[in-house]
Write a protein that binds this ligand. Structure first.
Ligand SMILES: [Zn+2]
Length: 229
């Protein structure tokens, strides 16, 4: 095995370092494949799904991260030259599913998360900036963040229930700009991160996930129909 196979390029969400992290353990499992009847005869074949769980060690802070790699035999991704490979960070807590999330939103959100244990004010300002970036990416009209959010609600891009979440993100971002005068608590920041995470998942990840599962169910139904014919 070549040495580079023992390392994976990853960001450490304990300390913010980005670089090659050593693979401590790799656990793999494949689901699906041929289905046999009680006589040991192959009667059907299910799509194979490959899971890799990789435990990484950070060279800077020595803490571990757990990454999940998923792929299956049906979805070929020409960019990564792999069959539908998706990489998710399961631990530490930055368990954001970035599926369908535009690169600029992802990097802005990650930049905010990186400083949450270092500087609360900068983190809140960054979260506010992420919300601004989302509004722009969604084509919201308005001169300021307030009016852009209103426009997103009017257009039905965001449901009414998210209005308060946006207000909190905006408000705490403003408070952070006047750091020192207004006391901000760490738990406020944690919750604000959660609200923004929910908005990101709602706007970008859920539609892709639902679409993907819908296609899968439809394909399965078609297959079933053909078998019955
Ligand atoms: Zn680290």
């Amino acid at each position: 095995m070549e040495k580079k196979d023992n390392y994976l390029l990853q960001q450490c969400y304990h300390c913010g370092n980005q670089g090659l992290m050593e693979i401590v353990v790799k656990h793999q499992h494949t689901y699906g494949g041929p289905i046999f009847n009680k006589y040991g005869e192959e009667i059907d074949i299910d799509m194979q799904e490959y899971f890799d769980w990789i435990l990484l060690s950070c060279p800077v802070c020595k803490k571990v991260s757990l990454v999940q790699k998923y792929s299956n035999e049906c979805e070929y991704n020409p960019n990564t030259k792999t069959y539908g490979e998706y990489v998710d960070l399961l631990y530490p807590e930055c368990n954001v599913n970035y599926l369908g999330v535009p690169e600029e939103i992802k990097s802005a959100f990650e930049a905010a998360l990186k400083v949450k244990n270092i500087d609360i004010s900068i983190c809140l300002l960054s979260l506010r900036r992420v919300l601004e970036a989302i509004c722009k990416e969604q084509g919201a009209e308005g001169k300021n963040l307030d009016s852009m959010i209103k426009n997103m609600l009017d257009k039905g891009i965001l449901p009414e229930v998210m209005n308060d979440a946006c207000w909190i993100i905006r408000q705490l971002g403003n408070d952070a700009a006047h750091a020192g005068k207004i006391r901000i608590y760490k738990s406020d920041v944690e919750q604000t991160i959660d609200f923004l995470k929910t908005i990101i998942q709602y706007l970008y990840t859920l539609p892709v996930q639902m679409d993907r599962l819908k296609v899968k169910i439809e394909k399965r139904r078609e297959k079933q129909k053909k078998v019955q014919e």
